[in-house]
Design a protein around this ligand. Structure first.
Ligand SMILES: [Zn+2]
Length: 278
């Protein structure tokens, strides 16, 4: 299903976890981001791309290596793949593929393309790296915190900002790669917002944002939630920790697991700091 469409940009939304797949169309190239989840949803994206392609170069960008985001990699075999160095050197590639296989087995899903971990052609190693294609410039920023291999992409002059699993309109921070990294990435997000002219933010899950105020609001929402959680965990304030769990939308065993993981990560991070101070 197409969630949002404007000149040169189509954002598809999966029925699962409101995960987005983005297609950017320019005079010089087509860019597909994180095509996902279900076979008919990925087929819709393939058909859309085939219709608009006109012999143009196809690029496939991965915002990070979580299995829901790389699940459609095999559906675009002739694309040039862009991702971070962290994704290229991902330490748990076979585990991520097992998660895809497990998901497909759980729902009796067959896919008409192989399940594989992305082989990266254009590896992004540093903040501010750019890729010029025709009149367009893609600027990349590393975005660790949710995962170690996150990547923000700004496309100019279109003013499109692809944020991966940050700055959703509903999903609160999931900090597998640490609260400190996550906070630094939020700071980077604020700098990006100040230094680029942005027309649309596309998160990995949920609705796009077109207003700057809304983009800033999402940064603030993430930061405040995370600060309250870090504070509560360090103070061992069980009552507030429970309140923060209740604030997670779509309460389920999945959100409970995410919350427990967030707490464990904060404990690890701050206990380590305490030990280092000795
Ligand atoms: Zn995700």
């Amino acid at each position: 299903m197409i969630q949002f469409q404007t000149n040169g940009l189509a954002v598809f939304e999966s029925a699962l976890q409101q995960t987005t797949s983005t297609v950017v169309e320019t005079d010089h190239f087509i860019l597909v981001v994180d095509p996902n989840w279900l076979p008919h949803e990925i087929k819709e994206i393939q058909q859309y791309v085939a219709k608009i392609r006109n012999g143009k170069e196809l690029y496939l960008l991965f915002t990070h290596g979580d299995f829901d985001h790389i699940i459609g990699y095999g559906a675009f075999p002739d694309a040039k793949v862009i991702a971070s160095k962290g994704l290229q050197n991902h330490p748990n590639k076979s585990y991520k593929l097992e998660l895809i296989q497990q998901f497909d087995n759980d729902y009796y899903i067959s896919r008409p393309y192989p399940i594989a971990f992305p082989n990266v052609d254009i590896v992004i190693e540093e903040d501010g790296e750019t890729l010029k294609i025709g009149d367009y410039r893609l600027t990349f920023y590393l975005s660790p915190g949710h995962t170690h291999d996150g990547l923000f992409t700004v496309i100019e002059p279109s003013g499109i900002w692809i944020t991966g699993d940050y700055l959703s309109d509903f999903e609160l921070p999931l900090i597998s790669d640490g609260a400190k990294n996550y906070n630094e990435t939020l700071e980077k997000a604020e700098e990006i917002l100040r230094s680029h002219t942005l027309n649309v933010l596309v998160p990995g899950h949920g609705q796009i944002a077109e207003q700057k105020e809304e983009m800033f609001r999402r940064i603030k929402l993430s930061r405040e939630y995370l600060n309250r959680l870090v504070h509560a965990v360090r103070k061992e304030d069980e009552e507030t920790i429970a309140v923060l769990e209740q604030e997670l939308p779509f309460q389920s065993s999945f959100t409970a697991k995410c919350h427990t993981k967030n707490i464990a990560i904060i404990q690890d991070e701050y206990i380590e700091e305490y030990e280092n101070e000795d």
